[in-house]
Design a protein around this ligand. Sequence first.
Ligand SMILES: C[S@@+](CC[C@H](N)C(=O)[O-])C[C@H]1O[C@@H](n2cnc3c(N)ncnc32)[C@H](O)[C@@H]1O
Length: 261
Amino acid sequence: MPGDSSRSRAWKENPHPRYWWHRLPGNDYVPPVYSDLGEDEWSVLRDWYAETDRSGPIGECAVPLISWLHGLVLGNRISRIAQLGTCAGYSALLLGWMQRRMNVRRGLFSLDLDPAMCEVSRRWITRAGLQDFVEIAEGSSLDPASIAAAQEYLGGDPALIVVDSSHEYQSTLAELDLWYSALTPGGLLVLHDVSEFAGGFDVTGEGGVRRAFAEWRKNHLEAETFALNSAARSMDSPRPLYQDACGVGLIHKPNPRPRDG
Ligand SMILES: C[S@@+](CC[C@H](N)C(=O)[O-])C[C@H]1O[C@@H](n2cnc3c(N)ncnc32)[C@H](O)[C@@H]1O
């Protein structure tokens, strides 16, 4: 409904699994990532949900991760972002609106290997008027040409990389090696789905993002790393501070040390 001031609060009664955050006890307020949107932006997002409710695809991250990114990006004017895994465009829209708020053109490069996902998400980016701010690129995160395309579009190395793609152990390990090398010094790589629960998303059954992150950390002691909710085993267990049972991993690439003397 135009002018709907309740915004996402309406989803509290929606039984679909994608609305799990809104059904948690006490979560009957509009989180800033949605309340911050203009009316026109909110109406695009509401229509995006309505369409993807009807026909999919559904694969977006939820309120805890996008809210964390919202504060991080807007609080630090992060102007070069690469996202690996676009799906239908949820995060691409919200990160794109953050870039527009900061007047950062060509601020988000979002990659997906599935042409159908690129078509859907591009349509929504166009509908949202974000073409000057977001590039929806088709390609594999495992292809070095995708890194070159990201650098070219962003005008430099990404300062923030959000990995939310295959969830397979081997591919994630390869992604981490490739994309960490492209991350600007001082930059941050955010890895969705590092929990034990999300390990089940690995169709190869090899331990998923959790195992890849654990092994990568051991071999990169120079990076500062951190995981939230890595031990979460189910969506139904009691929620710790960070409410997403899929967990999140952080990799901070150090700045070069100042030279002595
Ligand atoms: C979980 S969804 C991404 C959701 C998105 N980050 C959001 O929050 O809106 C994962 C997407 O990654 C894509 N994907 C899987 N493996 C990939 C790869 N190696 N390179 C690029 N995209 C990949 C899939 O096609 C799928 O659309």
